[in-house]
Design a protein. Sequence first.
Length: 214
Amino acid sequence: MTNAKGTLVCFAAKEEARYFRKLAAHRPEIEVLLTGMGPRNAEKAIRAALENRRPSRVITAGFAGGLSPDLVARTIVFQAEPALGLEAQLRAFGARQVRFHCAERVITTAAEKHAVHLSTGADAVEMESQVIHSICREHKIPVATLRVILDTAVEDLVLDFNRLMSPDLRIDSRKLTMVLLRSPWKIPALLRLQKLSATAAKRLGEALARVLLD
């Protein structure tokens, strides 16, 4: 393995990474890794990524769901090892340090979020960071989670995305089409979620740029 060099930034999906990728396109010290959704895909991707290189630090980034009722959409939330020295910059950007819960499936309803919040004490939920942190600790690589709240604790997602997934946790376009054909009244809400996703990804990209590119 090569000497520690550069920063590896992990996203589950291209929609999360799109804005930051543009900002970092001409920065060779920054590498973006798309892991796929969920802990299994994340573990496979990060282990493969670390086989032949050793970054100086790893950032796991993307969307998160709010569990704490006071987290509004587009809030930047983070959990970072003190050795990385990111906390002051992130707080200056308006980011909040939180506790994450890593789920095996998408938490889709306000009732589920409330139950997870009560049972875990976590403030936000996502699906990949825990396993990435664990593997980075194995390799003694400093790691941080930096995410943006997409859906808040008090709202249901417009669709149960778990029912639309293929076995490898990708959205199955045929399943999505069938659901929307049966429930066309959900299309405006889905379009609003897509618009929110774009603005959330922009906010996340700006936060990453603040700590990685300035």
